[in-house]
Write a new protein. Structure first.
Length: 377
């Protein structure tokens, strides 16, 4: 039976391993100080979950906000990359110490893990991170994960902890993710508009659901909005992981959300595993291949992307880089690892296998993107 509500996600029998993401606006007040009483309440809930046998990973924002307050930086430390990196370096030590202290008061050991986008995009480093997370959980530790903003740049960063939480859930082999935010969940329009309705259950993320995503978070402190949460849900649900968006502003936010019955739960739509899940969750796309209708139909039947079906090649990428496979109208169909460099793809695009050897100067590979290294979106 799939997880369909928040009660299921907080039940260790249904969700043995849970990732909880905490947004900056929840952890840090508008004055730049820690909302310590609120955080202590959440830690109490985490300890209660651990007592029932549920393993918990925390993805915690707040380092930049904390550091910016201590350094008196403008715009919460986000006025420039240099400010953000400095704020993160100062704030991260305070953030990790706070989690360690409060978890220790409940008899739990905390572990800090700082990751960048590259750590989870590179296959070997992803597997190393996964092994570390799983081993910590098996030892009864609560890993506290954050993006390493002190070294991350615009080109190599997640930019929000929503998608990071979904990727961490994959690496940790979790069953569910709870995104604690400052909104109740996904609304059919801006929740500030009259008549806006909460969407309690999402069984399929399509164009209609994506259109509902707006900048619902108005705190100005974090970097994620509803769009990043939908993207996180796509990553999670493709890997068989349920995801809930919950209003975390109340004390003991999990119990409060259960009592109110207000949340949005995204149901897993398939269960990609191993390498497929890693490919499906990757974010750093290097280029795109646009394909014809024949190739589009073949993809739906489990075929690879062949050069004959490619009509356009966008971007500069190398063999092994992640590319999007798009339909004639530009809509994304799949993503996978290219078997050729971009210029080679342009050379053989639209040509049959019998013509490719002469064009390339060597025997062509079986496919431009092989089905074993591709996932449908």
């Amino acid at each position: 039976m799939p997880v369909t509500n928040l009660t299921d996600l907080l039940d260790p029998a249904r969700c043995a391993r849970l990732v909880i993401k905490v947004g900056s606006a929840l952890l840090v007040g508008k004055d730049g100080g820690v909302r310590r009483n609120w955080l202590a309440g959440l830690v109490e809930e985490i300890a209660a979950a651990r007592a029932t046998g549920q393993e918990v990973v925390v993805v915690s924002s707040g380092a930049i906000a904390l550091g910016a307050a201590r350094l008196s930086l403008a715009r919460g430390g986000r006025a420039s990359l240099a400010d953000a990196q400095a704020a993160a370096a100062v704030g991260q030590i305070a953030l990790s110490g706070l989690w360690a202290e409060l978890l220790a008061e409940r008899g739990l050991a905390a572990a800090q893990m700082l990751v960048t986008l590259d750590d989870l995009e590179d296959r070997r480093r992803y597997l190393n991170a996964s092994a570390t997370l799983v081993h910590l959980l098996e030892r009864g530790v609560v890993p506290v994960v954050n993006e390493n903003d002190s070294v991350a740049t615009a080109e190599i960063r997640f930019g929000d902890n929503d998608r990071l939480a979904a990727r961490v859930a994959q690496a940790a082999r979790a069953d569910g993710v709870v995104l604690l935010s400052d909104v109740d969940g996904l609304y059919d329009r801006d929740p500030r508009e009259h008549g806006a309705t909460l969407v309690p259950l999402v069984e399929k993320i399509d164009a209609r659901i994506k259109a509902m995503a707006g900048e619902s978070s108005t705190s100005g402190m974090g970097s994620g909005g509803m769009t990043s949460k939908i993207q996180a849900a796509e990553i999670a649900t493709r890997a068989g992981i349920a995801l809930a968006i919950v209003n975390g502003t109340s004390d003991k936010p999990l119990a409060s959300a259960l009592q109110s019955g207000r949340s949005s739960v995204f149901v897993p739509r398939r269960n990609d595993a191993g390498r497929k899940a890693w490919i499906g969750g990757r974010i750093a796309v290097k280029g795109a291949l646009r394909v014809d209708d024949g190739c589009r139909a073949a993809l739906g039947k489990g075929a690879s992307v062949l050069a004959a079906g490619i009509t356009m090649v966008d971007g500069q990428f190398r063999r092994g880089d992640l590319v999007t496979i798009a339909a004639a109208d530009g809509s994304a169909l799949a993503q996978g690892l290219a078997e050729y460099d971009a210029d080679e793809c342009r050379t053989i695009a639209g040509h049959k296998a019998t013509e490719q050897a002469e064009l390339l100067g060597y025997a062509p590979r079986a496919a431009v993107v092989h089905r074993d290294h591709m996932v449908l979106l």
